[in-house]
Design a protein around this ligand. Structure first.
Ligand code: MLT
Length: 257
């Protein structure tokens, strides 16, 4: 399925595909679409079941999301792109480069991990599905927000905090439930990291509680030639809460491709 997407920037610019986290949509990337599209061809997609992309029929696996990325690249007639994924978007990006290395020209892994869910993580996914079924997305947001942002930022109700809460509350419950199942069933890709043969930048918020800097350091160490950028003061949604620092970290990497 060709997912819904927003595209901006010059047609001959370096193609950069942005893949959002859970349970967000492409608007998560608003500051990057604006900054990077001055010289690059920026494509921000909605993952299946999230944003404007329909869930389709049957179950959901990370594999289907990777297939959708390939359908999108074919639809746009793009042989290769630089892929930038945050958290769940990073799971998709990592599996994409694993299955289709020739389509990935550069890899930016933000606030994400290569490991599969732990037992505890899977129990948490099941509990989140129950929360959505019984009490809805607003209740899911209530539990998730303190994990996505440092306490002070949450209290200050910054623009990023307000926009993330809105994204979660408007997300399709059925899509979110399927995304949780897809994340719970994803492969552990740690053993495959050594064979990644594309330029890679790992980005992490220094205060990321869900995928902390130590995980990012391990990810960087396992991917040959990878670089690491730590966004000081940022939590899990580092691109949206600290856009200037995030963009300043990513810009030289894009320029090097
Ligand atoms: C995300 O931001 O995409 C999620 O935190 C990923 C996850 O729940 O594993």
């Amino acid at each position: 399925m060709v997912p819904e997407y927003r595209i901006a920037g010059p047609e001959d610019g370096l193609p950069v595909l942005l893949i959002h986290g859970f349970p967000f949509d492409h608007t998560q990337w608003a500051p990057q679409i604006e900054a990077f599209s001055t010289t690059r061809r920026v494509i921000a997609m909605d993952l299946r079941g999230q944003g404007a992309t329909p869930l389709g029929e049957g179950g959901l696996f990370i594999e289907f999301l990777v297939d959708d990325v390939i359908d999108l690249l074919d639809h746009l007639e793009l042989e290769r792109v630089c892929v930038c994924g945050l958290s769940m978007g990073g799971y998709v990006a990592l599996r994409l480069v694993d299955r289709h290395p020739a389509r990935v020209h550069g890899l930016i892994l933000c606030d994400t991990r290569a490991e599969a869910d732990t037992n505890e993580g899977r129990v948490g996914r099941a509990a989140a599905v129950k929360t959505i079924r019984e009490r809805g997305m607003a209740e899911l947001a209530e539990g998730l927000m303190p994990k996505l942002f440092p306490a002070a930022e949450l209290e200050a109700r910054t623009e990023a905090v307000v926009s993330v809460r809105r994204m979660i509350e408007r997300a399709d419950p059925e899509g979110a439930i399927h995304a949780l199942a897809a994340m719970a069933s994803r492969l552990d890709l740690t053993e495959r990291l050594a064979s990644i043969d594309t330029p890679c930048l790992v980005v992490v918020g220094s205060e990321d509680a869900l995928t902390p800097p130590d995980l990012a350091r391990a990810l960087k160490a396992a991917i040959p030639g990878a670089a690491l950028a730590v966004i000081e003061g940022a939590g899990h949604v580092s691109n949206l809460s600290h856009p200037d620092a995030f963009n300043a970290a990513v810009e030289p990497f894009l320029a090097s491709l």
